[in-house]
Design a protein around this ligand. Structure first.
Ligand code: MG
Length: 254
């Protein structure tokens, strides 16, 4: 099932994708029921929002595709490299990515994102499926020059608008071998596959839940494949994960 969050009237609402329509839900199914209102709205007539605003955190994973490590000149990490993005970094489809004024080199990073279904800690990899609500698509927008010059990644990866999520959450998907792509102004820049992940989704859930309590609606970004590159004001960047969907954001400078 694909669960979208969108603007209905002036309020956010949730809907299940059914063909070209959204079947409107009474509430957020992550926290409540899957009951519908009986109403249908055409997908083309609504503005999609980020599928959720995480109540606590987006957990990022760096250096999780070998070809991306090679292009960055980094070594294979012995363990997943973990960072955080605050929920203020999250935006939805078509919301502008605002380049931070302290950076001159901001990159796109298309990624598979995992949405957590319930409070959990110390989840063994073999039980990871029990805590996965679904999957969405992320752009881990990164100020690469600042990532190099600062000794940690907060300014580089946690600024406002650095975490576009969309277009919806797919709740039923085998993510072991899916294409992960990015385009800038329609030109394909990234084209990797989740089968190239160094640490798999179950392994990441075990590792990350050994650090933090995970809460419903928390998001884990799984890392980006090769092909990262700059985005400039005036461009449009799109990201896609096969089997979930594709969305884009305009890039602006404040
Ligand atoms: Mg990344």
């Amino acid at each position: 099932m694909q669960v979208a969050r969108f603007v209905k009237g002036e309020l956010p609402a949730y809907g299940i994708l059914d063909g070209e329509d959204l079947v409107v839900l009474r509430s957020d199914p992550l926290f409540d029921s899957w009951d519908t209102t009986g109403e249908r709205v055409p997908l083309g007539e609504v503005r999609l929002l980020s599928p959720m605003i995480p109540r606590s955190k987006v957990v990022g994973i760096g250096r999780n595709y070998a070809a991306h490590l090679a292009e960055m000149g980094n070594e294979l990490p012995p363990e997943p490299l973990v960072f955080l993005k605050p929920n203020t970094a999250v935006i939805g489809p078509d919301d502008p990515i605002v380049l931070p004024p302290y950076s001159r080199e901001v990159h796109h990073e298309a990624e598979l994102a995992v949405v957590i279904s319930r409070m959990c800690k110390y989840v063994p990899a073999a039980r990871a499926a029990d805590v996965i609500y679904g999957y969405t698509v992320a752009n881990d927008v990164s100020a690469r020059d600042v990532q190099r010059s600062d000794s940690q990644w907060t300014r580089a990866k946690a600024f406002d608008t650095s975490c576009p999520l969309g277009p919806w959450i797919e709740t039923d998907l085998d993510v072991t071998d899916l294409a992960v792509r990015a385009w800038v102004d329609g030109e394909l820049r990234q084209d990797g596959r989740t089968s190239q992940l160094i640490f798999t989704v179950p392994e990441l859930i075990e590792y990350v839940s050994g650090i933090f309590t995970l809460l419903p609606g928390d998001v884990i970004l799984t890392g980006t494949p090769a092909g990262v590159g700059p985005i400039e004001a005036g461009q449009r960047v799109e990201v896609e994960v096969e089997g979930i969907g594709r969305f884009g954001n305009p890039v602006v400078r404040r």
